[in-house]
Ligand binder design. Sequence first.
Ligand code: UGA
Length: 419
Amino acid sequence: MMKIAIIGSGYVGIVTGIGFAELGNHIVFIDIDKNKIDKINSSQPPIFEDGLEGLMKKNNGNFYATNDYEVIQDTNVVFICVGTPSKNDGPIDLNFVKDASKKIGRNLKNNFQVVVVKSTVIPGTTEEIIKPILEKESGKKAFKDFGLAVNPEFLREGNAVHDFFNPDRIVIGVKDEESKSILEKLYSPFECPKLTTDLKTAEMIKYTSNAFLATKISFANEIGNICKKLGIDSYKVFEGVGLDHRINPEFFRAGIGFGGSCFPKDVRALISKAEELNENPKLLKAVMELNEEQPLKLIELLKKHIPDLGGKTIGVLGLAFKPNTDDVREGRAVPIIRTLLKEGAKVIAYDPKAVKNFKKLFPEIEYTSAEKVLESDAILIVTEWEEFKNLDYNGKIVIDGRRIEKAKEEARIYEGVCW
Ligand code: UGA
């Protein structure tokens, strides 16, 4: 049993912490948000994540939350899981990481504690920025008096609990033997491949994974756009291509592009770091450019059937950046709805979970039921929620960004973005 502090209770922090609690460790969550603290202390998930509430109830007693960094003094391992948002659409904003590092540094005790960076940070950050802050604030030497490690997360929002217990791999970036053995012990219940690297390689593995997956999506979309013009179903093409084991069929769904709190931010940050190093990351720039244009394909296809959107009621199904989350960050619905409004359309929208968050971005549109959305002049499918597979699309005009087969079969007029 280890005593673990988790700094930051976003979906990565809370799922990692509760996951380790389930594995028999004792967890303290440290957050600045009073609301999150209260929720955690009453075993309520601070965010929506499948399976989390049950695990919190089950392990109630093995964790608590506070805003007091002093509790770190009594822990063996401290995970930094705070956000690293984009600064002006480019490099990452390290303010939360720096602030957390200062407060951790002040509370490092004499026994060997390991600080583990789980937040996604540009290669070099842990040694060049976090380490000096920890050393200055603690008066101790990293890798000697305290441990420092990088342990990137590969959790998908919405599937994070499942992903925590079933990882493809665990990456541990370390420099000193003691941190290595503490992390190996912590991760000993997992049977997947475990890769030990130095600190900045671990940081780079995280960026490269996300950049590759984002590239795979933009690639699928580019091929999908060509297929659409040729009258070919790109899903069949990717099925055929994915059977090559070197390519693999997963994460090959063409559509209206990627959103969320990770891919857009991470690819932008990598572009910005490359440029700082006098490298021109041409491919990554194209990945982002394609992703920005892709959602507007839906409007293009819509206008094929309704050339003038002025005064028309357009229904949007799905506002979350993907199904099973209430997260709307960088969601594809944002540029789509912005364009619809600019063209003079009346927008009505439905999402099973994300309405509350989306309302903060677009208070002016009407939020209603799926059935009401289906009565619009045309319907745009933006997120592939499971329940959209059971709606009645008979007689409707449907422009589909996410491939809902039932809509494809039933709609009076149907356009798929890449098929
Ligand atoms: C992503 C990665 O998948 C995780 O491995 C990683 O840990 C995480 O970022 C992170 O860095 O924290 P996430 O952003 O939760 O996870 O969502 P994904 O399921 O990867 O989907 C991202 C976006 O790509 C969504 O908008 C989704 O609709 C889109 N997508 C995904 C496609 O358009 N096609 C696909 O084939 C797959």
